[in-house]
Design a protein around this ligand. Structure first.
Ligand code: PGA
Length: 258
């Protein structure tokens, strides 16, 4: 059985006051709701990197995990403005996003760069959450599987299949991110099954255990149906993760469908 994972990608949101009430809201809410136990659903927040030590301190005695939204591929040196995996690890991160579509488009990260970052994350002892997904035009052009294959294969060629043993994959259709549009459970499931098949071709055992999250306007009202799909093992939540109540409702949905 794969343990469900619900990750909140806060993106570049929140001043200190907002982050304080958000993390307090999640931590306090977790204590109050029945049915979300650390045994069946794993929770994780991904704050802007400058706030990671602050959030780390706040979640010390909770079941909430911590991750970063980005890392650089080098470990130490003259890389002005960048943060390495070992630095993130040192301040308490367990996870890091790699290949989010906003990084690919706004910051020109190609699949080779994503592969190198994925490898750097694993070497630093972090668990990368590798994001893949097609644009609306690519979907309409029938290219979804080809795009996902290219994005996965680039990472496989650079990092090797063994690196995937310490990784999570997130399917995030670009057209669904922050748009309020969601893939139907069937549409998402078809791509998740394709991703699992890709892993299966390279490592049969890993295909059974690797977690594949769905991301793209997952909300309390659509989470249960998406999470009920056999190959959807959790969610990568943007907008709804900035509201403690909504985020916890999604965690509850993940716990119920277990
Ligand atoms: P969204 O973002 O939930 O706001 O669509 C998801 C993501 O970008 O990870």
């Amino acid at each position: 059985m794969r343990k469900r994972l619900i990750a909140g990608n806060w993106k570049m949101n929140g001043a200190l006051a907002q982050i304080t009430s958000l993390i307090d809201g999640i931590a306090n809410g977790l204590l109050q709701i029945n049915g979300v136990s650390a045994a069946d659903v794993e929770l994780l927040v991904l704050p802007p990197s400058i706030y990671i030590p602050f959030v780390h301190e706040k979640i010390k005695n909770t079941a909430i995990g911590l991750g970063a939204q980005n890392l650089y591929l080098g470990d130490v040196g003259a890389f002005t403005g960048e943060v390495s995996g070992s630095m993130l690890k040192e301040v308490g991160c367990q996870f890091v996003l790699v290949g989010h579509s906003e990084r690919r488009t706004l910051f020109f990260e190609d699949s080779a760069m994503v592969g190198l970052k994925f490898k750097a994350a694993v070497l630093a002892g972090l668990m990368p959450i590798l994001c893949v997904g097609e644009t609306r035009l690519e979907r309409e052009g029938g290219q979804t599987e080809a795009i996902i294959h290219e994005q996965l294969n680039a990472v496989l060629q650079i990092a090797g299949i063994a690196a995937f043993e310490k990784a999570v994959i997130a399917y995030e259709p670009v057209w669904a991110i922050g748009t309020g549009l969601t893939a139907t459970p069937e549409e998402a499931e078809a791509v998740h099954a394709f991703i699992r098949q890709f892993i299966h071709q390279n490592n049969v055992d890993l295909a059974r255990t690797i977690r594949i999250l769905y991301g793209g306007s997952m909300k309390p009202d659509n989470a249960a149906l998406l999470l009920a799909m056999p190959n959807i093992d959790g969610g990568l939540i943007g907008g709804a993760s900035l509201d403690a109540g909504q985020f916890l409702k999604i965690c509850e949905a993940a716990s119920v469908v277990n």
